[in-house]
Write a protein that binds this ligand. Sequence first.
Ligand code: TEU
Ligand code: CA
Length: 558
Amino acid sequence: MEQKNEERYWWKEAVVYQIYPRSFCDSNGDGVGDLQGIISKLGYLHWLGVGAIWLCPFYPSPKVDNGYDISNYFGVDPEYGTMEDFKQLVEQAHALQIRIVVDMVLNHTSNEHAWFIKARSSKNSEDHDDYIWRDGSPETPPNNWASFFEPGAWEYSEECKQWYLHLFASKMPDLNWESMRLRTKIYEMMKQWRGLGVDGFRLDVVSCFAKTCGLPDVQPVDGATHFAGQYFMNRPRVHDYLKEMRQAVFPSPDFMTVGEAQGVDTQTAALYCDARRQELSMIFQFELMELDSGPLCKWEIVQFDFLQMKAIFFAWQTQLPTGWNSLFWSNHDQPRSISRFLNPPKALEQRCAKLLALSLHLQRGTPYVYQGEELGMSNMPFESKDQLRDYESLCFLRDAQKQYGFDEETAWRAVLKKGRDNARTPMQWDNSPYAGFSACEPWIVVNPNYKQVNAKAQAEDPASVLLFYRRLIALRKTTPLVVYGYTVPLLQSHTAVFAYLRVWEEQQWLVLANFSAQTIALERLGLPARGGLVLTNIGQETNPDCLLPYEATVYRVE
Ligand code: TEU
Ligand code: CA
C-alpha cells in the first residue's frame, strides 16, 4: 500500500463535537440551553480533547423546526443570548485551541424572514425571485411532490396569489438558488460570520439546493410516497453553486466545510469533496443512517443488516481516495446510536457504547461526537406525544395513517425508535434535578436514567464511556496512523466481527469489534498475528484468540 504524502489540515486531525444549543446547558434558568451555557462547558470539552465544536443553529427563529427555520441569518436568537455572547464563545474556544464551526441553513428560510415577507408581498417585489413560486389555482398545487415533513411540498400565498415550494415545513420556504442576486446575498452573509472568526461551516441539506427546472410531477415507485429526490437531490447545478461559493467565501483549504448530503454514494460524494474540485472539505453521507429504513420512509423500520453495515463502512473507507470522510453514528436528527444499532442487555450497555466508539473512531476520516454520545446516552422512553417537540415526528403522527397506512400503535412505536427528540433530551451533566442541565423544568423531558448516566459520575469512573472517548480522542492526537493510515477491510463476510487493518508506513494496527452477544474464536480466521495491545473495551486481560461478547480491541500487528 503506497503511502502518498497527505495534505494535512486541522479538520482531518480534529474530533468534532456537535452541540444542539437548546439541549446542551441552560445558564439563566429558563429551561432552554444557551450560548453562555456552552461557554461554561468549554473546559469540559477541552478536557475531553475535542478540536472543534459544530454549533447547530442559534440564530433568530420562530422555531418551527427548532432553529433550522431562520428569520435572520446574521444574529443570535434572544433565547440563546447575544452576539456578544457568540464573540465571547469564539474567543474563549480559540484560547483553548477549540475551533468553531457554525451551521449554515441555505436551502430555505423561515416564512418570517424579511426576504420572504418582501418576496411574498408582490410578484413584482425585487426579492420575489429569492424563492420558488408557481402560478396555479389555489386548489391545485403545481406538482405532486411530498415534502420531508408533510404530504405536500407547496403552500399557497393569498398575498401574491401564487404557490411556493417547501421541501420541509410549510413555514420554511425554499430559496431559489438559480437567482444570482440571492446567491450573492447568501455569500455576503457567510462572509460576515467568517469575519467573526469562525473556522468552518456545516452546510444544511447541501445536496438539495438545485432543483430540476420545470419541477415535473414524480411517478411514485410502488408503495413509495411522492418523494421527488430525483428532481432536487445531487442535481449537476449544485456543483456550480458550491464552486462559486468556495471562491466567494472560503477559498482557503484550511477553512473547513462539511455538507449534509442526503442521497449520495461514494461516486457522487467525490463530486462534493474531491480536493481537486475546490468545493467542500467533506460531506455527511446517509447510507448507514438509512440502513434500518424500509422503501416507504424512515418510519418503516427494518432490522439493520450487519453485513450491509460493514459493506457501507468499507465502501466509504476504500472508494473515496481523493476525498475525505466524516465518521458519525448519530446527530440531532437521529435516534441514540446505542439504542438503534445494538440495544444490548443493561449490563453490557457501557461495553457496547465503547464498541461503537472504537469501531468508528479508528477508521480513516473525521469523527463527530454528538452531545451525550460520549456518555452512552440512550433513547428516551417517551410516554405520550405531549412530550414530543419535533415538528417532523408530530407531522408523522398526524399523517401516518393517511400517508403510509400505519395504524396508531405502529406509528407510535416508530417514533419511539427513530424520532429525533431521542437526541434532543437535555445533556446529562450530573445527578442533580434536571441532570444539571437547568435549574428549572427544561423545554423537553430529561431521560430518567440521568441519575446513573451523567458526565460527573463518569468523569470519576475509570471504566466509563466518557473516559474511553477521552482515550480514543487522545490516540488520534498522538498517532498519525489513526488519522492518515489506510484502511484494509478484513473478514467482510463474517456475520459478527467487524475487522480492519490501519496501515501507516511500517506500522499496522488490527481493529477487531464483535457486534454479537457470542464469544467468537479467532484462530482459524486467518487474521494477522496479534502483537501488543493498544486499547480494549473490556475491563480485563484480552485473549488474542477470541473476542468476548461486544468486545472491541485494537492490537499492533508485529
Ligand atoms: O436535515 C435534513 C433532513 O433531511 C432531515 O430532515 C433528516 O433527513 C431527517 O430528519 C431524518 O429523520 C437538516 C437538519 O439536520 C434537520 O435538523 C432539519 O430539520 C432539516 O435539514 C431542515 O433544515
Ligand atoms: Ca437559557
